[in-house]
Design a protein around this ligand. Sequence first.
Ligand code: ATP
Ligand code: MG
Length: 232
Amino acid sequence: MVNAVEAVGLRKTYGSGPGAVVALDDVSLVLPRGTVAALLGPSGSGKSTLIKALGFVSPADTGTVLFEGKAVVRDGQALADLARLRRQHLGFVFQKANLTSFLNARENVEIACEFGGKRQARQRARELLSYLGVAAREKSYPEMLSGGEQQRVAIARALANEPSLILADEPTAALDGARSRSVMELFRKVAHDRGAAVLVVTHDHRALDVFDVLYEMEDGRLRPYARTVAAS
Ligand SMILES: Nc1ncnc2c1ncn2[C@@H]1O[C@H](COP(=O)(O)OP(=O)(O)OP(=O)(O)O)[C@@H](O)[C@H]1O
Ligand SMILES: [Mg+2]
């Protein structure tokens, strides 16, 4: 399986002197396509910092990020057109859906399809909403949608350009247990059906069985997370 993204030896420090915070401490990670991975860990452990480095939003100070086998950032320097890469190959989902309030659900997805240069953007937006189980809400404006529905539309939008890498930073923090689980299951479906690599930051330990791989961060260090078997 091709690796969507690979990080080698990432380090990042915020600030300097005694107040400096090491947010990434020699982090290496491989995310193959077709895999859905969870990223766990306490507040301040560096999860969002890692997501931003892997998403070419804010680079690490040192280390290399490869995208589909090619080095694209090394020691904070871009080796490729990162804006284009983000636009055409990456999808982001955040804690809040951040839909555009004056566009309906379909238009929110359609505009992302157009932005990425997709033909038949309207039809594609409809297919994506249908894939995510919110086709019936196509004409609803964000304020008319529940939190879970908004998040499904946001995921449809993230899929607009058939990303090979999807990065989700606490996408279900505002949802209850059942809705959170069904969103996590959608990420699994996207990884397995569409061959994307999906990395999801989550604090919700109830849906960990959905993931193929579990990672945990602590004080900027990344390690595999040992799945504990629930006592019966
Ligand atoms: N822009 C910044 N400037 C200075 N320090 C920062 C900045 N962003 C993050 N930090 C610090 O870096 C560390 C890691 O932050 P990060 O946001 O990656 O943690 P996190 O694991 O995502 O936490 P949370 O679960 O609360 O979202 C924290 O100590 C944080 O205070
Ligand atoms: Mg965070």
